[in-house]
Design a binder for this molecule. Structure first.
Ligand code: NAP
Length: 277
């Protein structure tokens, strides 16, 4: 049986083992998936260990996603453009790095009825997750992508790279762009469990058109204050759980090196997560 795992620091909170083992069982694959706490300075040492111990691959979360860029033998286009690796495959001693977050969010948006093609999208945040989101939204054919960030220079750098529009995070600016948006995607960690920070003002949501969708990358809690208010306003909402599931589905296909029954895998992951609750 080949080994897989997720590495990170901290790692105890990761849902990846539950999701992946449920999908592995559903697909009948001869794999097992664990979790390893690996400190940020030990990425290279971990990679050597993974190779010698016969790992088929691993997922990476904070703080390894950038470190891996220069450690793998081959990078996927998405990983190189986003500047982060979340999935590593080891085949015949060769190490392949890819990024399934971007495909994951796109699939989750489509499944939620929020396909970005031709839409004007307002992205909140300009951190690591926002990079994957903005990159994929532009690539998927969004009509316009605006990224609003507290540190506006960070948004300017990101938008300059991917052909999006940067703006500040003030209530007025958010309201102005919300009025011209079909879809809002929260990529900040405001509202996340354990993070001391909430949106100071959610009034920008009132400016979104009635047909707009609101997608929050956060999945803990399942319904953030942002989503609760959007729902109250009659807007369509979705949390980030499906993004997590779909990035996991695509990672497992990379590990297995074959196309699998994606819908069956996602259903197995969802069922396993429901059992946890
Ligand atoms: P990150 O790189 O640390 O970026 C955090 C972002 O939040 C930055 O844009 C930051 O703005 C903004 N922010 C933080 N505190 C703020 C505040 N008080 N006011 C305004 N803006 C604030 O984090 P990340 O990796 O991008 O992750 C962001 C969120 O996405 C997290 O909640 C994470 O759990 C979630 N996520 C979900 C998935 C999924 O599969 N569903 C995948 C990846 C990430 P500054 O630039 O000004 O600091």
């Amino acid at each position: 049986m080949k080994k897989l795992c997720v590495i990170g620091d901290p790692i105890h909170h990761s849902l990846s083992p539950v999701i992946q083992n449920a999908m592995i069982a559903a697909a009948g694959l001869d794999l097992t998936y664990g979790a390893c706490r690996v400190a940020g300075e030990d990425t290279a040492r971990w990679l050597t260990r993974a190779k010698t111990e016969g790992y088929a691959g691993f997922n990476a979360t904070m703080p390894h996603k950038e470190n891996l860029l220069t450690l793998v033998d081959e990078l996927s286009v998405d990983a190189a453009r986003i500047g982060a690796v979340n999935t590593v495959c080891i085949r015949d001693g060769k190490v392949y790095g890819c990024n399934t977050d971007a495909e994951g969010v796109l699939r989750a948006l489509r499944e939620a009825g929020m396909a970005p093609e031709g839409k004007r999208v307002l992205v909140l945040g300009a951190g690591g997750a926002a990079r994957a989101v903005v990159y994929k939204l532009v690539q998927a054919g969004a009509a316009r992508v605006v990224a609003a960030n507290r540190t506006v220079e960070r948004a300017e750098r990101l938008c300059g790279e991917f052909g999006a529009v940067a703006c500040d995070f003030s209530a007025d600016t958010l309201a102005r762009y919300a009025a011209q948006s079909d879809l809002l995607v929260n990529c900040t960690n405001l509202g996340m469990t354990g993070v001391a920070g909430q949106f100071a003002d959610l009034s920008f949501l009132e400016h979104l058109p009635a047909h707009a969708g609101v997608f929050d990358l956060i999945y803990s809690p399942r319904k953030t204050a942002l989503l609760a208010r959007a729902e109250q306003l009659g807007l369509q909402i979705s949390n980030g759980l499906d993004m997590l599931i779909w990035q996991g589905v695509f990672a497992l296909e990379h590990f297995a090196n074959e196309r699998l029954d994606e819908a069956a895998l996602a259903a197995a992951a969802r069922a396993a997560l429901e059992e946890l609750e």
